[in-house]
Structure formats: C-alpha cells, structure tokens
Design a protein around this ligand. Sequence first.
Ligand SMILES: [Zn+2]
Length: 375
Amino acid sequence: MSNKRPLNVEIKKINKTNIYQRFLSGGMLTRQELAADLQLCIPTVAKNIDELLDAGLIAQSGSRGNTGGRNAVAYSLVSNARAAIGIEITSNHISMAALDLLGNIVTTSRVRAAFSSSEAYYKNLGSLFRELVEKAGLTGEQILGVGVGLPALVDIDRRTILFSKIIDLESNVYEQISAHIPYRVELFNDANAAAYTEIWKDPDRRNAFYLMLSNNIGGCFVLDDTVYPGATQKAGEVGHMTLIPDGQKCYCGQKGCVENYLTAENLSSLAEGSLQDFFAGLENGNREFVRAWDKYLGYLALTVNTVHALLDCDIVLGGYVGGYLDAYLEDLRERVAALNSFGDGGGYLRTCVYKKTAIASGAALNFIAAFNAEI
Ligand SMILES: [Zn+2]
C-alpha cells in the first residue's frame, strides 16, 4: 500500500508550510501581503491563518492601514509558542539554554558541577533543568525536547554512547538522564551540536568544518547543510590525528594527538585555570603567555592546514578558544597561508558566531528545526 498522500493534501501542506516559513522570517504580515507574496488566493491564506492561530503559533499583532478601506489585520509568529532545551555536560560544568522557535536564546544557566556517573549527579541535573524551565517561564506543553551535548561519540539512535573517555559515561546514560528529565531526550556529540548552531546562524554556508577548541578537541564536517557522521559516527575526530609522531601521551592510548597540543587547558593552566585571565594577560604582553600562545597558534595552523588540504572548505574555529580568536585571526591566517602548498591565503578561516552555549544551543536547535519543518 502506498503511503503517499493525495496531491491536494500535499499542496495544502505546502501552502501551510510556506505561510509558516514567511512568519519565521520575521515581521508582521497581513493576509493580503501573504496572498501577494506566495501567489495564493485570500480564502486559502485565511484558512491557513486560522489554523496557525488555533495552534497558537501566530497571533494578531497589529493592523496595517490601506488606502480608502478598513485597516488590514497583521499577524506575527508567537516565537515562544514552543521551545527546546539544550544541555552541555562537561567534566566540570553543566550549561543549559532554552531556545524559542526562531532559535533565539531565551535563557541560559551554567554551574560548576564535577561529572560523576551517580544518582546524585543526575538528580542535580534534573533540578537544574527544572530551575531553567521555571526561569524561562515555560510550561511542559511548550517543550519540544531536550538535547544533551556530551564529550562522547553518540550512535545514530541518539541514545547509545559509542566512545567516552573524557567523562566516564555509563552505557545507560540515556536512561539515567531520562529518569530526571521527563521529556523527549536526545544525546549529541558536543562538536556536532556546536557545528549545527553555526549552520543555523549562517544559512549561506552549506559546507564547512567546525573545529572545537575547548578542553577537549572535536570536529564536525558539515556537507550540504548536514552533519556528515561517517560510516561509524567518528567523522571529524580531528583531536586524535597525530600532530607530533611519538609525542605526548593522549588519553585515547595513542601518542602525539592534536588533542594534547590544542586543549584550552594548555593556556588556562597558565592563568590559574581561567582562559579569560590568560587572554587578558596575553593582551598585556605577559611574556610566558605570549610564548605559549605563539606555540599554540603554530600547532593550530598545522592542524587547520591539514584539515583544509583534505576538505577544501571554510573552517570555523569554535569552542572555548574560538571565542577569543577574533583578535588573532589575521595572525593565524598568515601562518596557514605560509603552510599552504598551492599559494592559497587563509581566507577560509572563520571564527564562531556563538561564543558561548554553542553546544547546548545546537542540541536544542535540532528539535526546533524538526518542528518548524513539520508545519
Ligand atoms: Zn588521542
């Protein structure tokens, strides 16, 4: 039996989708404007407007004067009609963000919490989640889902952990989280979630490699607007490319991995654990910091040059260090240009748009995108 819908049902769906998409683009719209924009008749627009009003996704937001006749009613998106929550779990912190239907951050939270695979930890996670929901003023019906970004490889089912050595996740982590967060929960690799945020913010960028420079190093290749997972969900794991043969021992068991040379901790550890203090000291010319930064940029240029040689696409620098790279981008571009075999410049390098909460936001945006695409 065919599961295809009849053609008129498809057309009705397309009309509704197109009208909703216009509201997502922002601003107030009248029936007349929508009809003209989308080349639809007024009754079709009116019927869809009524459906979107009934669903609470748009609301009357004003009126527009038109010459000689009555004012036309204008409608706008109710951006907080639905929301999604994103959570980032790292070794020492829990960050959360609530996002509305436009992908705007409604509220965030970040607390220090050392990870442990214990009932107490997940209980705390649950109460932090409830606090965030309350702070955002959300009701249960509004919440589309909860995405959790982890420093781990996650299977395509978004529940199963394939590899996790940075934090000691147990195989039942999905169940442990779900026991305290009674919504649809999905797990994401941290770099993949962050990369998704950058695609969302820049719809013109269809192909890019996202390099996450945090305490751990991750990467994600976005091909045609889609995260490319690889055959076994391990694509983009740039942190474990060998940078220095027989170099420093990596937690993965190998030696000389990129991870050891680009971890943000190499910088923050010089400033009592504060990356912010490191960059402040660097700006003030602290000699030790200048030396460490020069070394770091050298390793970063080597890594970036290798990734670019393979993929030949824009590279977005994100993560903790990426948030501070704007002021040093030209320096880095010169370094990668000097390494390039084809005389290319470093114009393909970009810094991230989301300086903070990229992982939590990306984990939430997956639910927003899926909801918006379904209307
Ligand atoms: Zn490694």
